[in-house]
Write a protein that binds this ligand. Structure first.
Ligand SMILES: Nc1ncnc2c1ncn2[C@@H]1O[C@H](COP(=O)(O)OP(=O)(O)O)[C@@H](O)[C@H]1O
Ligand SMILES: [Mg+2]
Length: 188
């Protein structure tokens, strides 16, 4: 199946999850993540701001802030189809809903961080496969930012088990994950 049909199919399943089911699975996934050495040893963590039924990142962000990790979230520059990594110190102020429907820093408050500063990148996605390939929403935002990271920066995707299939189509610009964590297993 091509990327677009896969996106539609998996998104319709994800959109149909009951909120409490998404919450429960998200907790299991994030507990696995925080028990990893890759998490514990990271000082600067890039993490997406979840929306709709994506694996929820809010509790983890609060935890990281309280653990004094540096937390970096995306500002989505739609003009240049580019993510600008921006550090936040708290989740209460200076964030606004963007056109996609997730929170991001208000433009005047962006504290840009270079992709090379990131120790760990936690990525969302729509479909993944057993070989650590990722399909996103179809604009290549994550492929672009991942192409700029340090070689030793760890890339960990979080997803529900139904988002992982045997094989997804890939193109040369697609960047693989180092690890995928679902509520059932860790793929690496
Ligand atoms: N590093 C990159 N530089 C420039 N364009 C890119 C890069 N990575 C991806 N793209 C472009 O983004 C578009 C969407 O990529 P795709 O992999 O289908 O999306 P997604 O990863 O969001 O599922 C493609 O047309 C691709 O050429
Ligand atoms: Mg891609």
């Amino acid at each position: 199946m091509d990327k677009n049909n896969l996106r539609k199919r998996i998104l319709s399943i994800r959109n149909g999850l009951k909120p409490e089911e998404a919450e429960q699975k998200s907790k299991v996934i994030m507990n696995k993540l925080t028990s990893l050495d890759e998490y514990k040893s990271s000082k600067v963590v890039f993490i997406y701001m979840s929306f709709k039924n994506e694996v929820n990142t809010y509790e983890l962000i609060e935890r990281m802030l309280s653990e004094h990790k540096r937390v970096v979230i995306p500002y989505t520059d739609t003009k240049n189809t580019e993510i600008i990594p921006s550090e936040i110190k708290q989740l209460k102020d200076d964030l606004v809903l963007n056109s996609f429907g997730y929170y991001e820093p208000v433009l005047e408050k962006i504290k840009q961080v270079k992709p090379e500063e990131l120790d760990l990148i936690i990525t969302p996605g729509v479909v993944f496969d057993e070989s650590l390939n990722r399909v996103g929403f179809g604009k290549g935002y994550y492929d672009r930012i991942l192409s700029k990271k340090r070689k030793d920066t760890k890339v960990i995707a979080v997803a529900y088990e139904f988002q992982v299939i045997d094989k997804v189509p890939t193109e040369p610009h697609d960047i693989k994950m180092d690890m995928i964590i679902t509520e059932e297993r860790i793929i690496q």
